[in-house]
Design a binder for this molecule. Structure first.
Ligand SMILES: Cc1cc2nc3c(=O)[nH]c(=O)nc-3n(C[C@H](O)[C@H](O)[C@H](O)COP(=O)(O)OP(=O)(O)OC[C@H]3O[C@@H](n4cnc5c(N)ncnc54)[C@H](O)[C@@H]3O)c2cc1C
Length: 401
């Protein structure tokens, strides 16, 4: 039984491992030249706080031991989903089942193409090392994109002694995980650490004279020696569309991670399930594992297993900066209850969903946000979906821990 796994990131390596554990002969195609790596570690790598050698997911010998035929520099350029034929490195190969795990690509602002050496999207090892190479000559760093990777980059860069400006288009930082209250405290802490935070503004043009000059939408100007962008992701779907697979914002899969073509599975950032794409390491692992298992089950004509959707809270720590969050950042129908805040260093809140039931008066716990403290976070995480009144009654520490 031969299984082809396309893409050797978090999802692909997990899928390859599971399929090989179940007895399959696995070929793992990687478009990159380095051993598969832990992508979140690219941020410390870029700022000199991690080395390439210690961010690999597995040592080279591990692939041999598990009889996974890892092919580096083997970008898949053509795919026939129905016939399960893969073309990479000038060679066509036939498989009994396929797992697609090609992840996402960085969203590119228009001026990245204009100044490829000066405006670098922080994404993979290649970009991380390109940033690192420039650090010696960089005094002022501009980071465009105030999500969690932008915040982490700003903290590392500031630690390295750079003048750092962090620009976020939405009116508050980390908008995908934090509401305005938590983000205000976060911004306050970053400013206190010497980071210049600009929110509700976006870069319109970049001009290079002696330095790089960025004009924002309100015509104010910022200058720097290097621009790092952390503005999100996009999916490259052409290969899969041409292969005959149903795609939308990702490759559409069912609860078994199976695509519209039987025997072809997709997982990780490239997959779209129930209309949603998940973009975390935890989801990539779980889906990769399930896709690998189901690829083998397909070949053996066994029933496919349901692949669970794990909870994946944001757990961020950089020196004394802590951010924890789970659930939606905000919502028109949600009520935020602030448990603790001094407005400057600490913020703890819960988000409640209204409920019709009298026993759930006060609402159902659907989210938690914390800055500068993780007091009670685990307990609240375990209580998601429960009525807030019950949680309070069971003596959850609501005020100041
Ligand atoms: C800078 C950064 C920081 C992050 N930090 C966090 C974090 O702290 N916590 C968290 O949960 N998530 C984080 N994420 C998100 C997380 O890394 C992704 O959700 C996760 O990597 C998805 O795994 P994946 O296997 O789907 O894709 P990836 O890990 O991106 O792997 C896909 C691989 O497929 C390869 N590929 C693409 N096309 C082809 C092709 N045609 N042929 C062969 N190979 C191909 C790519 O080169 C890549 O190596 C971060 C992402 C970035 C960019």
């Amino acid at each position: 039984m031969r299984i082809g796994v396309i893409g050797a990131g978090h999802a692909g390596v997990e899928a390859a491992w599971r399929a090989s554990q179940l007895g399959a002969e696995v070929v793992l195609f990687s478009g990159e030249s380095v051993l598969p790596y832990f992508r979140p570690r690219v941020v410390p790598l870029a700022f000199g706080h991690a080395e390439l050698d210690n961010i690999s997911l597995r040592p080279e010998s591990w692939y041999r031991e598990h009889e996974i035929d890892l092919r580096l520099n083997a970008e898949v350029i053509e795919l026939d989903a129905r016939e399960r034929v893969v073309t990479a490195g000038g060679r066509e190969e036939l498989f009994d089942a396929l797992v697609l795990a090609t992840g996402a690509a960085p969203a590119l602002l228009s001026f990245v193409r204009e100044f490829p050496h000066d405006v670098v999207p922080l994404w993979g090892v290649e970009e991380g090392l390109a940033i690192r190479e420039r650090l010696d000559k960089t005094r002022q760093l501009l980071i465009l994109g105030g999500g969690i990777s932008g915040v982490e980059s700003a903290l590392y860069a500031r630690q390295a002694g750079l003048d750092v400006t962090l620009v976020e288009k939405i009116d508050h930082l980390v908008p995908q995980q934090l509401g305005a209250g938590a983000a205000t405290v976060l911004a306050h802490r970053l400013r206190k650490a010497g980071i210049h935070v600009v929110t509700g503004r976006y870069a319109v043009t970049v001009v290079k004279r002696e330095h790089l000059h960025v004009t924002l939408d309100d015509v104010s100007e910022l200058s720097g020696d290097l621009i790092v962008t952390t503005v999100g992701a996009m999916q490259e779907l052409k290969l899969f569309e041409q292969a005959g697979l149903k795609v939308d914002r990702g490759i559409i899969v069912d609860e078994h991670q199976q695509t519209s073509v039987p025997g072809v599975f997709a997982c990780g950032d490239i997959a779209q399930r129930d209309g949603l794409r998940t973009t975390t390491v935890v989801h990539a692992h779980e889906q990769g594992r399930g896709a690998g298992e189901n690829a083998v089950a397909f070949v053996r004509r066994r029933p496919l297993v349901y692949v669970p959707e794990p909870l994946s809270p944001l757990l961020f720590k950089h020196n004394d900066m802590e951010i924890e969050s789970v659930g939606p950042p905000a919502g028109d129908n949600l009520v935020e209850v602030v448990l603790t805040t001094d407005g400057q260093t600490v913020y703890r809140s819960v988000l409640l969903e209204p409920s019709d039931s009298a026993t759930s008066a006060g609402g159902i716990l659907c989210g938690v946000q914390m800055i500068g403290s993780h007091e009670g976070f685990r307990q609240l995480l375990d209580s998601l979906g429960r009525p807030w009144s019950d949680i309070v009654r069971s003596s959850y520490p609501t005020a100041n821990g």
